[in-house]
Design a protein around this ligand. Structure first.
Ligand SMILES: Cc1ncc(COP(=O)(O)O)c(C=O)c1O
Length: 389
């Protein structure tokens, strides 16, 4: 047999994700899992019933249309108009995908050529690096640094070269919780227009903002025609297993992304598409209550982590809190997270895995707060024992 490594070299070193490792550790040790970002309570009952009805009534059980069912594309277009005043044609400017993950993969594979450079905020969501590598392109990190994890816009300007093809912007940002301000967005948009760059935005936490507001880059002058906006139903409606995501962009960009997407999954999640169409039309009270519930949970976990001795960075959005473990006399987040289940029965994620420059994230650890209040309270009680230990 050939001695050539089996794994495509662009994926070398990207073995099992840390989420799988830590979730397995949580199960093995009976720990509370504040690692992976999924809620421990399902989304609205009427939306689950809508999915069940679609299955039983035979809607979506066979291959749905390639771009997504018309009802969902219409609902996505309405959502963009309702929340952001953005008008998209549901027939040509909206594409339904298998979660935001597939939308990101299809967009990166469609829009990049080998040798292109992609500037993205570091720490990165882990699929970005893999998909950029699969496209043969190069990732160029713009590191968000402590204490505030804001992008340095002069550094961004300096990173742009003639090979820069694309900016990949995640706001609200996982794992830091940074929500870009209108001024930061305007500066990024200006650079994109000046250098004629494409932009992909990852907005999966768009409805999880506790301070300020989410503003899509696509709404800024000169941005609509160059921006592929990506979001999904998983976080907003607490159905992360359904994997229904979407792209909104100009017809030309959607057409390019659809070309790559059709050879990834072709289509997915037929009945869930009907349910997500209903979910997107839930009244404003749903979105407000959801945000208020997570806001309470954020405050509870932030206070508990602070009292347990962590340095706490309060997130403006998402359902993650980034902490610094140096006040606990610890330095290495990876070691700390590997030991934490044994030490006190809690699982967290070391932020270093989201960095190319692992040193920049070495002492940072991420906790998820999309869990029941009683679970957060118990986790906090357990984390308090670190003081004693
Ligand atoms: C920043 C970011 N983008 C994309 C995703 C994936 O979204 P989906 O489950 O819709 O594929 C996640 C999930 O954790 C995320 O945190």
């Amino acid at each position: 047999m050939s001695t050539r490594p089996l794994l495509n070299r662009s994926l070398a070193g990207m073995g099992t994700t840390i989420f799988a490792e830590m979730s397995a550790l949580a199960v093995a040790t009976g720990s509370i899992n504040l690692g992976q970002g999924f809620p421990d309570t399902d989304g609205p009952r009427e939306i689950a019933e809508a999915a069940a009805r679609a299955v039983l009534e035979g809607r979506g059980n066979q291959y749905p249309p390639g771009p997504g069912i018309p009802e969902l594309r219409q609902a996505i277009a309405e959502h963009q108009s309702r929340f952001y005043g953005l008008a998209y044609d549901p027939d040509t400017e909206v594409l339904v995908t298998a979660g935001a993950t597939e939308a990101l993969a299809a967009a990166l594979l469609a829009l990049l050529e080998p040798g292109d450079e992609v500037i993205a905020f570091e720490p990165f969501y882990d699929s970005y690096a893999a998909c950029i590598a699969l496209a043969g392109a190069k990732r160029v990190p713009l590191t968000l640094r402590q204490p505030n994890f804001r992008p340095d816009l002069d550094e961004l300007r300096a990173l742009i070269t003639p090979r820069t093809r694309l900016l990949l912007v995640n706001t609200p940002h996982n794992p830091t919780g940074t929500v870009l301000t209108p001024e930061e967005l305007a500066a990024i948009a200006e650079l994109a227009v000046e250098h004629d760059l494409l932009v992909i935005t990852d907005e999966v936490y768009e409805h999880l903002v506790f301070a300020g507001a989410h503003h899509p880059l696509a709404a800024l002058p000169g941005m609509r025609e160059r921006t592929v906006s990506i979001s999904s139903a998983g976080k907003t409606f607490s159905f992360t297993g359904w994997k229904v995501g979407w792209v909104t962009a100009s017809a030309a960009l959607v057409s390019a992304v659809r070309t790559a997407k059709q050879y990834l999954t072709y289509v997915s999640a037929g009945p869930f598409q009907y349910a997500v169409a209903e979910a997107l039309r839930l009244p404003d009270s749903y979105y407000a209550d959801f945000r208020a519930d997570l806001h309470r949970k954020r405050d509870l976990l932030a206070a508990g982590l602070g009292a347990a001795g962590f340095g706490v960075h309060e997130p403006q959005g998402t359902y993650f809190i980034t902490t610094d473990i140096t006040p606990l006399g610890e330095e290495d987040g990876l070691e700390f997270c590997r030991a934490l289940p044994e030490r006190c029965g809690v699982v967290a994620i070391p932020n270093a895995v989201f960095y190319d420059d692992a040193e920049a994230g070495r002492s940072l650890v991420r906790f998820a707060f999309c869990k029941r209040i009683s679970v957060i309270e118990e986790a906090v009680t357990r984390l308090h024992t670190l003081h004693a230990g």
